[in-house]
Design a protein around this ligand. Sequence first.
Ligand code: COA
Ligand code: AMP
Length: 631
Amino acid sequence: MSKSFSDIYSKSIKNPEDFWGEIANDIFWFKKPTKILNNSNPPFYKWYEDGVTNTCYNALDIHIDQGRGEKTALIYDSPITGNKKKYSYNELRQKVSKFAGALSKQGVMKGDRVIIYMPMIPEAVIAMLACGRIGAIHSVVFGGFASNELASRIDDSKAKVLVTASCGFEPGRTVEYKPLVDEAIKMASHKIEKMILFQRSGHEVKLTAPKEISWDESLSNANEVDCVEMKSNEFAYILYTSGTTGIPKGIVRDIGGHIVALKWTMKNIYNIDTDDIWWSASDIGWIVGHSYIVYAPLFKGCTTVLFEGKPVGTPDAGAFWKIISDYKVKSLFTAPTAFRAIKKEDPDGKFFKKYDLSAFESLFLAGERADPDTIKWAENLLNVPVIDHWWQTETSWAISSNCTGIEMMKTKYGSACKAVPGYDVKIIKSDNSIAKPNEMGDIVVKLPLPPGTFPTLWNADERYKENYMSNYKGYYQTYDAGHIDEDGYIWIMSRTDDIINVAGHRLSTGAIEEVLSEHQSVAECAVLGIADKLKGQLPIGLVVLKSGVDKDNETVSKECIQMVRDKIGPVAAFKTVIVIKRLPKTRSGKILRGTIRKIADKEEYKTPATIDDPKILDEIKDDLIQNNILK
Ligand code: COA
Ligand code: AMP
């Protein structure tokens, strides 16, 4: 008889070594680990320390060894270009091992870093897996980031090679990658040795040999190569994510735990088997894309869809239904924003009615809070369970979810369900005590974190310890706040730092403030995330000008907006800057960002007792009204 969720969960918490030791038998190891967890140096825990394996072997070769080489591994569908292509496991391995050979030819060795700055094309997935094959560490940078962000990642990772493409396509706009990359290379102090560029048909760009070569040229004299043996605690990738300053944090993933945990999640959380078709509509530049477009489905040996398009506008609000229907997708994972966008454009589901979704069984949402309205709308339309689950770049897989492959639980609208096996989630109150059911506080996870989560930050052990593991000894601080109810359901209410969530994209308001402060006319500024019906949150900037500035406010606003677009990228969706006379502060000089946000979101607020001049709050209210933020 299969075990209940509560049995499985308690075993994972009471005896994590037994739990993760058994699950580790489900992956391919060159050498099986004999030691499951090394906990001798907290908070630096090591899973499967003496195990030897390879990420790419577990994603591709193992399935071929098991006689499933002809099964479709990847389906690429690009409504933007009209291109479609299916790759079997055999074909994908052939392409990956050849590109791995190409990287080796360019001098990339085990442990070297490779930056991948590419649109959603199969070559991006091939490049990621090729790195794994030869033990190189990839760092994928989302295409919506500007040169400055790319440069900071080149410098921090000290990458040897950068892989890119001639362009990406956004609805109504071609994103020319080469000028962005050229600019980043110029800005970075660390010099990459080689750029490999994939020329998209009809959009070829000029390359300057010998430092820049095309993808095809790199393949021309390359041999297919085999997977190298990797120690379990060596790194598979670095993924940079927003920190509280402009310096991004390099989240690293160690190899063994990543494979074990992600493979386990496919059946246990998502109820996906090897014969199923799975689709994660995200971007490979984000953690959801890493884990659930590329790695987890390929570790599982099922079929994954790579979609180069948007929920609306490519060409219409039926784009998602078309993919699900064309490929008989069993489950979709995306951000709530995508569904809000579809709901806004097609509230009555007219497009939905055109397609056959009989194979579709569940929808998973994450990346930001899923508002109950959107969940209910999607449930009514799709007539399948809609599951909100909570996770972070740091963990790479869900901390809380309805584990549909173990036991389907009831939905509580607004909650991201229960802690997943492996995560001992607690709420800690401001007096440092553990909260009782329904009491609010900081959400933390008792150490050790399960396999597949981040063992440290790239070249920044101290920052890892200080930032995440120090405020609450023995716990990982998630920087989310909320409560756990009497049934163990987790309710994520807000971030406790200055991270905001714009269309499921994680941004730092501190980083945007750093850019605004560089404007010559700006004396001081505050950036806050205000509620937005479509994107969840949108950043707005409030700036105070230096005295004697002779530029008009509109010019300063436009320049500030452009600076953020140039330095952070279009993904910041930063379109509003209001010039104000002064910022509300406490007597000790702290800007009251939280109070301004509450005013903008029409939430109840108390005038803080420590405010230096309460009248400023009324001035801000007027400014927000005049600028149509507060209606
Ligand atoms: N490369 C270059 N630019 C990109 C980009 C990429 N890969 N992705 C987004 N951008 C640009 C967009 O073109 C847009 O630029 P613009 O200011 O010139 O219009 C800007 O970044 C903001 O993009 P986005 O937040 O995607 O907004 P949008 O208005 O273009 O689209 C949605 C709105 C809802 C359709 C879109 O946000 C979406 O699909 N969201 C799903 C969320 C998601 O997948 N999140 C991933 C984490 S799970
Ligand atoms: P990222 O690292 O980009 O995946 O962003 C992680 C952050 O997104 C979390 O710390 C939360 O603040 C937020 N988040 C992710 N999933 C959810 C969810 N299901 N509900 C509420 N917030 C979420």
